[in-house]
Write a protein that binds this ligand. Structure first.
Ligand code: SPV
Ligand code: MG
Length: 414
């Protein structure tokens, strides 16, 4: 802020902002992602433009912009940055530019600990976010979380794709994963209150919106209470699937007995949920299991239209095929008649599909539904086995993050 305030006095302010890989190279830690940092800076008075910098050497940006003044903090003296300072000085002389260094505020640090990025939020603000994202970019990328720590990963992870920084927009509370972490089958054996307690912990340390997998939603009368509880927590949307009885995981398909709810009863459940909503921001998404249970495209389309007519804000179309063809076929037909209702895809089985392919067909939300837990479990198994095989834990060290890193992971630990 001191640098920007000073710079404002000299003219139009252009900020050179390090991209995520560049930032990580400088201090090896994750920061709020590039788009997020850019948005904050662009909204500061006097900032005319924010340009991306691929590395901490300023030359490229300086030569392109040829600024009259280069304003920066004086913390680059003597440090690793001193060669950059010399180069920048020489470059500025080429067009008689001037460097203005301002004293680094005492006690300030540009070195954020890994997860020191949570700004806090309220249930209302969080709840609204999903609809805002859908109205904005029209496409939301969602990843499963099963603990506050996994939530922190979704909160702060970023990667470079096609020269752009990408991150996850929202979190998925999966019934499969929430059951599996508790060592229980995915049959609605874990009740909602246990899962809500987990969401409460998750929400203490994250700000992104959450979509909740409510399985069948239970009886319509009970679903009304679930909707209200979710809204109170600040959850943005619920997905409820058109099955009945002892629900089994969709990816088991017809290998187990699964019964579908009648269209009439399921529409009733959706409308009861909509009537129970306290806010206009919450969304109820009807999940169609027609492909999962081999009922075909026409059945899926018929149900989708009926669910939308009953008030569903979105439709999740599920498939356990290895290819996305049936999802594409559904989207093509559905979108001919309905361009408003948002469509959700969960490409666990057809994992080869790219986001841009889904997006091009009218999918608005892609959920990576179980990947963090599927990644964590084999890693834990490997470490447990290594300890047993070696009758000590030295061999496990290389499979684990260092003690120093875990002590520094969460601010306030070390
Ligand atoms: C879940 O993640 O719990 C889901 C998606 O419901 S699936 O496991 O594919 O059915
Ligand atoms: Mg589920």
């Amino acid at each position: 802020m001191n640098v920007i305030e000073t710079a404002r006095r000299y003219g139009d302010v252009v900020i050179g902002l390090l991209t995520d890989p560049a930032r990580t190279k400088v201090d090896g830690v994750l920061h709020p992602n590039y788009q997020y940092r850019k948005r904050i800076l662009e909204n500061i008075a006097g900032v005319k433009e924010v340009v991306s910098q691929q590395n901490s050497d300023y030359l490229l940006s300086l030569r392109r912009l040829r600024p009259d003044y280069l304003i920066c903090g004086d913390e680059w003296h003597g440090e690793v940055h001193s060669s950059h300072r010399e180069e920048a000085l020489a470059a500025m002389l080429e067009w008689r530019g001037q460097i203005i260094e301002i004293a680094y505020a005492s006690g300030a640090s540009d070195r954020l600990p890994v997860f020191d990025v949570v700004l806090g939020t309220t249930p209302t603000v969080r709840l609204r976010q999903l609809r805002r994202q859908l109205a904005g970019s029209g496409f939301v990328r969602v990843l499963e979380v099963h603990s506050p720590l996994s939530g922190l990963i979704v909160e702060s992870i970023a990667a470079e794709r096609d020269g752009r920084s990408v991150g996850f927009d929202a979190m998925w509370s999966s019934s499969l994963v929430d059951s599996t972490v508790r060592g229980k089958p995915d049959t609605e054996a874990v009740d909602h209150s246990a899962r809500f307690a987990g969401i409460n912990d998750l929400f203490e340390v994250t700000t992104k919106p959450l979509i909740y997998d409510a399985d069948t939603g239970g009886r319509a009368e009970h679903f009304a209470f679930t909707v209200r509880s979710l809204e109170r927590l600040g959850v943005s949307a619920v997905i409820v699937e058109d099955k009945i009885g002892l629900k089994r995981n969709s990816l088991l398909g017809n290998d187990v007995t699964q019964t579908r709810e009648s269209v009439e009863n399921f529409c009733h459940k959706i409308s009861v949920g909509k009537a129970a909503q306290a806010t206009g921001d919450f969304a109820i998404i009807g999940r169609i299991e027609s492909f999962i249970l081999n009922a075909g495209l026409d059945d899926a389309l018929f149900r989708a239209r009926e669910y939308v007519a009953a008030g569903a804000d979105g439709i999740m179309i599920h498939s356990r095929s290895k290819e996305p063809d049936e999802i594409f076929a559904f989207c093509e037909k559905f979108r001919k008649a309905d361009t408003e209702t948002f469509l959700v895809a969960v490409p666990t089985s057809y994992s080869g599909v790219y986001e841009h392919e889904l997006r091009a067909r009218g999918i608005n939300v892609v959920i990576y539904a179980n990947h963090l837990l599927r990644a964590a479990y084999p890693a834990m198994m490997q470490v447990a086995r290594a300890i047993l095989e070696n009758s000590r834990c030295r061999e496990a060290d290389s499979l684990c993050m260092s003690v120093d890193s875990i002590l520094r992971l969460i601010p306030g630990t070390a």
